[in-house]
Design a binder for this molecule. Structure first.
Ligand SMILES: Nc1ncnc2c1ncn2[C@@H]1O[C@H](COP(=O)(O)OP(=O)(O)O)[C@@H](O)[C@H]1O
Ligand SMILES: O=C(O)[C@H](O)[C@@H](O)[C@H](O)[C@H](O)COP(=O)(O)O
Length: 167
């Protein structure tokens, strides 16, 4: 989870390779009208996001039921979005926040090609972001770290969470 350009899709691809598990890209679950809205430089609102989270959550839940584990790249900016995603999935979810400074993420977004999300929506993404609190099953990492370090941190944390859940 995290704002546009923080590195969600890149990390998800690495984790899916490691776990040999299904991977979902949140972008693929938006309604065409939502993509058009973002492309036009207008941020989504809650009404746009609820059905999107329901579709993505259902896909995650089905994949976890079939496979035991799945990973997904989803902004999940607000706590209520994370709760909606988990309710739709029907299985416990773990969240990894990729956090960073606006300037650095803006630079990354500026360099990214072939994506509909305009960099000028970054301000609204940061304004909407509710960082997970201690009572959420979430790990916060700095998105500037090399991918190998991000992946190692997620794998170690996920192992600990799985062990704790079995106790
Ligand atoms: N850990 C990282 N270090 C440096 N660049 C990264 C890292 N993760 C992603 N990037 C680059 O940042 C840009 C945004 O990454 P992406 O995975 O598309 O973000 P998101 O899915 O959160 O929008 C891409 O150009 C990607 O190659
Ligand atoms: O809730 C939202 O406003 C959108 O889902 C947004 O957060 C998401 O980030 C876009 O789909 C852009 O995609 P990237 O995050 O891959 O840039």
């Amino acid at each position: 989870m995290g704002v546009s350009g923080c590195g969600k899709s890149t990390l998800v691809a690495h984790l899916a390779r490691h776990w040999a598990c299904p991977a979902f890209e949140g972008d693929d679950f938006h309604a065409p009208a939502s993509i058009a809205k973002m492309r036009a430089g207008r941020p989504l609102d809650d009404a746009d996001r609820w059905p999107w989270l329901d579709r993505l959550g259902a896909a995650i839940g089905a994949a976890v039921t079939d496979n035991g584990v799945a990973v997904a790249a989803c902004s999940a900016l607000k706590r209520s979005y994370r709760e909606r995603l988990e309710a739709a999935a029907g299985v416990p979810l773990l969240f990894v926040l990729l956090d960073g400074e606006r300037a650095e993420i803006a630079e990354r977004l500026g360099a990214r090609t072939g994506h509909y999300m305009p960099p000028n929506l970054l301000d609204s993404q940061f304004a909407t972001l509710e960082r997970p609190t201690d009572d959420e099953p979430a790990l916060a990492l700095h998105c500037y770290q090399p991918l190998t370090e991000l992946r190692a941190a997620v794998l170690a944390w996920a192992r600990d969470m799985a062990t704790a859940a079995q106790r």
